[in-house]
Design a protein around this ligand. Structure first.
Ligand code: FAD
Length: 322
């Protein structure tokens, strides 16, 4: 039985679903032990119930206003004070921009190893075994922590969320945050779609074949119908058809949606590094020899400007009856 600490994360007032995936992973590691969730920020209170429904037994709410916006300094000070009190046997965090920044700092402070970007967790004969992709997703390795406690970041959209209800204890935890080297005065958000790209269940991606910023409009329309997000290849970003925040691939975001539709993307290895673990890949390309077809489950050889509106119409009809 282990005591597992999970850092949860919210974005724009909504709990990120990877927080619940991390709780499911924690449940496996805990083996009947205690799962402790930490929620930060002045509106963290609102997430206590949903965290409780997904396995958290104790929920540490740290309501300091300074934690409403992420800074490495403030978050690491807050989390370290929780860790010192809880003394967990394992720690999990989401593999998000925050987790990627914070986890190494926490690991270094406590002299722990860190297994980053895990897509699966199992316990084998009492050993915690993490699975993570290597070589840009072309292979997977299994890792066991042999010294110190298991500490990992969990990649979004890989561990199916389980509902595990029980009694919950909510603790309003007071932390002292001082000597901050960075204070965020204002956060200006780029206007992107409503659905978070790295957690989206459906991603419609455009490449250089989309040909212009306007060419992304039919992709956005299809994404809206399917409650998905729009992504892009670096080719499309370099051509200034869209913002770099949409870039998927080795030097962009890694996505693992249920459905990935690549439109006018050739399928360069650097692009595949960001999407090849999608559950179903559909490629639309007018070149039948495009490498993207080698990783696609379904390929459509054709002009994306003809194919996408047809798909959108068909989805509209089907979804009207659901
Ligand atoms: P192209 O390769 O030009 O392909 C366009 C495709 O559109 C073609 O296959 C064409 O047949 C098709 N097409 C054209 N018109 C239509 C139409 N009307 N209908 C249907 N199909 C059409 N790339 C990434 O994506 N992500 C990364 O993170 C990334 N990181 C990189 C890191 C490094 C170090 C390097 C060197 C490169 C990186 N790249 C990355 C770039 C990558 O190598 C490719 O250059 C890029 O992915 C190509 O983008 P693309 O497929 O949109 O463009």
């Amino acid at each position: 039985m282990r005591k597992v600490l999970v850092l949860t994360e919210a974005k724009a007032g909504n709990l990120r679903s990877v927080s619940l995936e991390a709780l499911t992973a924690a449940h496996r590691i805990a083996e009947g032990g205690e799962i402790i969730a930490v929620a930060l920020g002045s509106d963290a209170n609102q997430f206590a119930n949903v965290l409780g429904k997904h396995g958290a037994k104790k929920i540490y709410i740290i309501g300091n206003k300074v934690l409403d916006v992420y800074t490495t300094d403030a978050y690491s000070q807050a989390l370290r004070q929780v860790i010192d009190v809880v003394q967990p046997d394992a720690i999990l965090m989401p593999h998000t921009a925050i987790g990627k920044d914070l986890a190494p700092r926490i690991a270094a402070r406590y002299g722990l190893g860190l297994v980053s970007d895990v897509i699966d967790v199992q316990v084998d004969n009492g050993d915690v075994i993490f699975t993570r992709p290597i070589y840009s997703g072309k292979a997977f390795e299994k890792k066991k922590v042999v010294s110190g406690i298991p500490f990992a970041t969990v990649r979004p959209n890989n561990i199916p969320v389980e509902e595990i209800s029980g009694t919950i204890e909510i603790l309003h935890f007071h932390v002292e945050i001082k000597d901050l080297r960075t204070i965020v005065k204002e956060v200006v958000h780029k206007t992107t779609g409503d659905v978070d790209l790295s957690e989206a269940k459906v991603v419609i991606s455009g490449g250089r074949g989309v040909k212009s910023a306007d060419g992304f409009k039919p992709l956005q329309e299809l994404a809206d119908i399917l409650d998905g997000a729009v992504g892009a290849s670096r080719g499309a970003c370099d051509a200034e058809y869209c913002d770099y925040s949409l870039q998927i691939g080795q030097t962009g975001k890694v996505v693992t949606p249920d459905l990935y539709i690549a439109c006018g993307i050739s399928g360069a290895i650097q692009h595949l590094a960001g999407m090849s673990n999608a559950k179903i890949v559909v490629a639309i390309n007018k070149d039948p020899e495009a490498p993207i077809f080698q990783v696609a489950d379904y390929g459509i050889v054709g002009d994306l400007f003809e194919v996408i509106p047809l798909l959108t119409e068909e989805f509209k009809k089907v979804l009207a009856h659901v």
